[in-house]
Write a protein that binds this ligand. Structure first.
Ligand code: S3P
Length: 455
């Protein structure tokens, strides 16, 4: 594991080159789902007693959540393949002694802000250069309405950012809140705050986002219901003063990580791979649907349910892809997968257009800008709009690439790094990225796993 980047430490970038590849073959498993891993730790820390988790993602982001929960009183340890969490109970979090550094992880900071908001503690959160640029107002606003108080650094363009301090209120005030932006992080922050207050918290979701928090809260015994209203809004209602009971959790493989070998197999001629044990929750599986619509030979084998989540083995064969107009309303179900979709689009026949992607500008990096810049470097023609890219595909011909071209800037963004690593396999002469280190946040072992498919 690389050390966590903070304002206090100087990170050394690790450039990496990716060369054209022969056929990718074999069966692999990807690490555990990042969203479910964060939630497994958080909810286990709020249960009374001992929960056990297998398949937990041991990436930097999730380890940052674990460290934060330990600092607030939970006992979290690993023996063999099993993570054990001794929870403190809802309302039982303790005042941490120092500021909490969450590295690169937006999910950690936003979910933990919700947790702290309804506890009688005050916590300062810090993060790396990427996390420190990301907007926190979207969480501060509803949590302030619940009674929490915030002091945040204001960015030069007037956004509330890290470092920030949240002073929780106990008892806090329950809230009914309509999400102004499709964000599972904001939804989850409000629900986590709602666990430790009297009364009912309600979140209205006009556009559905990943529903792991709802599924897992119910699994831990919270009184939570989901209904659709006549205008197709999802109404999530949570009873406060919850008591959570400890669980045994099996975390499935992360579809957002599986996306990289899946696209690599589609792009590299002669490939035929299986990615086993991948979560295919419909709120996460938009990329696979779009790739199938582009002509990708992707099939789901051994479909089953694990811990309330749909799981399958994904079989992928090299395919000729066609450009497509990606409908804006599918974006939330593939919000983290656009960087790798853009790589697939760069090798498709014809033009792929995307829209409604303003959120991509406030992820670990400005993903529209970084992808546009990197794709241009390796010879792809495209147009960048405020809310999407239009990419003219090569029709399957290898992208030029070339190690004499400038290294592609990954901007502390794991998904930019992995997307261009996959692109490198489908170039005529390879490419270099300026830093592979960010991959450790979500997909430890990525480069080695990809090598096993090529050998
Ligand atoms: C996540 C939600 C998404 C996603 C992030 C993980 C989560 O963010 O981009 O990687 O675990 O809730 P938003 O909810 O802000 O879109």
């Amino acid at each position: 594991m690389t050390s966590k980047p903070t304002d206090q430490t100087i990170m050394v970038a690790k450039p990496a080159s990716f060369k054209p590849s022969g056929p990718l073959t074999g069966q692999i498993m990807v690490p555990g789902d990042k969203s479910i891993s964060h939630r497994s730790l958080i909810l286990s820390a709020l249960a009374i007693g001992k929960s056990q988790i297998t398949g937990l993602l041991e990436g930097e982001d999730v380890l940052a959540t674990a460290a934060a929960l330990r600092a607030m009183g939970a006992t979290i340890e690993k023996k063999g393949d099993v993570w054990t969490v001794h929870g403190v109970g809802v309302g039982g979090l303790m005042q941490p002694e120092t500021a909490i550094d969450l590295g690169n992880s937006g999910t950690s900071v936003r979910l933990l802000m919700g947790l702290v908001a309804s506890h009688d503690i005050s916590v300062t959160f810090t993060g790396d250069a990427s996390l420190s640029k990301r907007p926190m107002g979207r969480v501060i606003e509803p949590l302030s309405a619940m009674g929490a108080e915030f002091t945040a650094r204001m960015s030069s363009d007037g956004k509330a950012c890290l470092p920030l301090t949240v002073r929780g209120l106990c008892p806090a005030v329950p809230l009914e809140y309509r999400l102004p932006v499709a964000s599972a992080q904001v939804k989850s922050a409000i629900l986590l705050a709602g666990l430790n207050m009297p009364g009912v918290t309600r979140v209205i979701e006009p556009v559905p986002t990943r529903d792991h928090s709802e599924t897992m809260l119910k699994g831990f015994g919270a009184d939570l219901t989901v209904e659709m209203d006549k205008d197709s809004n999802r109404i999530i209602t949570l009873a406060g003063e919850a008591e959570l009971s400890p669980q045994k959790i099996k975390v499935p493989g992360d579809p957002s990580s599986a996306a990289f070998p899946v696209v690599a197999a589609l792009l590299v001629p002669g490939s035929d791979i299986v990615v086993e044990n991948v979560g295919i929750n419909p709120t996460r599986a938009g990329l696979f649907t779009i790739l199938q619509q582009m002509g990708g030979d992707i099939s789901f084998k051994k479909k089953r349910t694990v811990g309330g989540e749909p799981v399958a083995d994904i079989h992928v064969k090299h395919s000729k892809l066609n450009g497509i107009n990606v409908p804006a309303d599918i974006a939330p179900s593939m919000i983290d997968e656009f960087p790798i979709l853009f790589i697939a689009a760069a090798l498709a026949e014809g033009t792929t257009t995307t829209s409604g992607l303003h959120e991509l500008r406030v992820k670990e990096s400005d993903r529209l800008k970084q992808m546009a810049e990197g794709l241009r470097i390796i010879g792809v023609e495209l147009a960048e709009k405020e809310d999407g890219l239009a990419i003219i595909g090569s029709g399957g011909a290898p992208l030029p690439g070339g190690t004499n071209m400038p290294a592609i800037e990954t901007a502390l963004d794991h998904r930019i790094a992995m997307s261009f690593a996959v692109a490198g396999l489908a170039t005529a002469s390879g490419l270099t990225i300026d830093d592979i280190a960010p991959v450790e946040t979500s997909f430890p072992g990525f480069a080695d796993l990809m090598k096993t498919l090529a050998s």
